[in-house]
Design a binder for this molecule. Structure first.
Ligand code: GCU
Length: 422
C-alpha cells in the first residue's frame, strides 16, 4: 500500500511537473500576437499625415450585419439569405461599388492560341478572348487558362485578377510569376485562369470611355449609382468563371477568386455579387477592401476616393472624414460572401492597408457565418507573424515583408483552399 502510494504520488508529481514544464516552455515558445513595428509606425507617421498610431484610432461601433435597416434582428439563415443579404448588397452597390447594368448581353469565347503539355506534360494552356455582345456592338478582353492533364475527376480552379500586368500564355510557361504561380497551382491539382484588370476597365480615372462600363452605357457618362472599376473587374472574373463552367474538367462549384490590393478589393466584391464563387481571397486589400473604414488607420476614405475616384461611387466620397456615419463597413462585404469561404491576408510592413483593420473585419463577419451554420475565425487577438489561422470558412495570415503577393501567401492560400474544397 505504502509502496503504491509512493508510486502514485511520484507519478502525480512527475505529471504535474511535465504539465508545468511544457506550459512554461510553451509560453516562452509561443510568439506574440502580431502588432505593428513601433519603429515603422514612427517612420511612417513622420513622413505622411495619416494615422499609423493605434492609440489614435477613434472609438467606433461597427454596424451589426445581423440587424436589418428597420432594426429587426436577423435570426435565421433564411432571413439572412432572402432579406438581409439582398438589402445589404443593395446598400454596398449604392454607397460603395455601384450597381452593375441590367442590360442584356451575350458572352462568347474564342481560343486564340494553345499550348499542349506545358510544364512537362502537366497541363494544357490556352489564350482566350471573352467577347461581349450587345446588339451589334462588341467588347472583348483576353484571359489565359491552364487545366491539369492528369486529374482524376473534375478539378477545382482559381481565377486570378491581376491589377499589375497581363501575363500572356508563353510568359506564364517560361517565367514563374508571383502574381500567378500557375505551375504550383497545377501541381496542387488546381486549374487556373488570369486576366488583367485594365483590359476589362482601364485603371485610370480619365479612361472611362475605353472600358466595359462605357461599352454597357453606350458611351454615356456613369450615373451616380452605376458600377465603378472595382465592380467591373469583379464582373470580368465572373465572365472567366462562365468560361471555366463550360469545361468538362473543371468543377465550377469549387472556384476561388483571388486578387491583390485593388485586385483584392475587387475579389471580395466579385464573390459578393456572384454567388458561384466558392472562395474569395483578398490579399493586402486595405481601404475599400477588407479593412474597416471606421478605424481611419493608414489609407482613409477621403484619400482613396480622391486619388481613385473611378473605383467607387461618389456616395462613398461623401463619407470622407465621417466614416463613423457610414451605414455599412467592410466586415459586411465579407459577410456577403458567407456561407462561402473568405481568406484575408496582410503584410507586416503594409500599414497603409491596416493589417489590424483587415483582421478585425474578418472577425466581425463571423456571426453571419455562424448563423448560417458554419464556423469562422472569431478570436479577437491577431495571430503571430507568419502563422496561419484557419477556422472553418475563414482564414488569415499576416506575412513578414511589405505590400505584395508572393509564394508564401500562395502556399498558405492553397492550404486554406484544400481545407475548404477538398
Ligand atoms: C494604392 C492604393 C491602395 C491600393 C494599392 C494597390 O496604394 O492607395 O488602396 O490597394 O494602391 O492596388 O496596390
Amino acid at each position: 500500500m505504502h509502496y503504491f502510494t509512493n508510486q502514485f504520488s511520484t507519478a502525480v508529481f512527475s505529471c504535474l511537473f511535465a504539465v508545468l514544464f511544457t506550459s512554461v516552455f510553451a509560453i516562452a515558445e509561443d510568439p506574440a500576437a502580431w502588432s505593428a513595428n513601433p519603429d515603422l509606425v514612427k517612420k511612417l507617421s513622420a513622413k505622411r499625415s495619416f494615422n499609423y498610431d493605434e492609440s489614435k484610432v477613434p472609438d467606433y461601433q461597427l454596424p451589426d450585419p445581423l440587424t436589418m435597416i428597420d432594426g429587426t434582428k436577423v435570426s435565421s439563415a433564411q432571413q439572412w439569405m432572402t432579406k438581409r443579404r439582398p438589402e445589404l448588397l443593395e446598400q454596398f452597390r449604392h454607397l460603395v461599388y455601384g450597381r452593375r447594368p441590367d442590360t442584356e448581353y451575350q458572352v462568347t469565347f474564342e481560343t486564340t492560341e494553345e499550348i499542349e503539355n506545358a510544364f512537362d506534360g502537366l497541363a494544357n494552356g490556352r489564350s482566350m478572348k471573352a467577347i461581349i455582345t450587345i446588339d451589334q456592338r462588341t467588347y472583348s478582353f483576353p484571359f489565359v487558362v491552364f487545366t491539369p492533364n492528369h486529374a482524376t475527376g473534375k478539378t477545382p480552379a482559381v481565377v486570378a485578377i491581376n491589377n499589375r500586368y497581363f501575363i500572356p500564355l508563353d510568359k506564364a510557361v517560361s517565367e514563374p510569376d508571383p502574381y500567378w504561380p500557375v505551375k504550383t497551382l497545377l501541381q496542387q491539382g488546381y486549374a487556373s485562369a488570369t486576366f488583367y484588370t485594365s483590359h476589362v476597365d482601364p485603371d485610370n480615372k480619365n479612361d472611362y470611355a475605353d472600358g466595359i462600363r462605357a461599352f454597357f452605357a453606350d458611351g454615356k457618362p456613369p450615373t451616380d449609382d452605376a458600377w465603378r472599376s472595382l465592380s467591373a473587374w469583379g464582373w470580368g472574373a465572373s465572365r472567366v468563371l462562365d468560361y471555366l463552367s463550360t469545361l468538362p474538367t473543371v468543377d465550377a462549384n469549387r472556384v476561388a477568386v483571388v486578387g491583390h490590393s485593388r485586385g483584392g478589393k475587387a475579389a471580395i466584391w466579385a464573390a459578393a455579387e456572384d454567388e458561384r464563387f466558392a472562395i474569395a481571397y483578398s490579399n493586402n486589400s486595405g481601404c475599400g477592401g477588407a479593412a474597416l473604414s471606421r478605424r481611419g488607420y493608414g489609407e482613409t476614405v477621403k484619400q482613396i476616393t480622391t486619388v481613385f475616384p473611378h473605383w467607387f461611387t461618389p456616395q462613398f466620397a461623401e463619407y470622407a472624414d465621417r466614416e463613423n456615419e457610414l451605414p455599412i463597413d467592410q466586415h459586411e462585404t465579407i459577410a456577403l460572401v458567407a456561407p462561402r469561404a473568405v481568406y484575408v491576408t496582410s503584410s507586416d510592413e503594409d500599414l497603409w492597408a491596416d493589417p489590424r483593420g483587415e483582421y478585425a473585419s474578418l472577425v466581425a463577419a463571423a456571426p453571419v457565418f455562424e448563423l448560417l451554420g458554419k464556423t469562422a475565425i472569431d478570436e479577437p487577438t491577431m495571430p503571430p507573424l507568419n502563422r496561419q489561422r484557419i477556422v472553418g470558412q475563414t482564414g488569415y495570415h499576416v506575412r513578414s515583408g511589405g505590400h505584395g503577393l508572393g509564394q508564401v501567401d500562395w502556399d498558405f492560400f492553397v492550404e486554406f483552399m484544400d481545407s475548404v474544397l477538398k
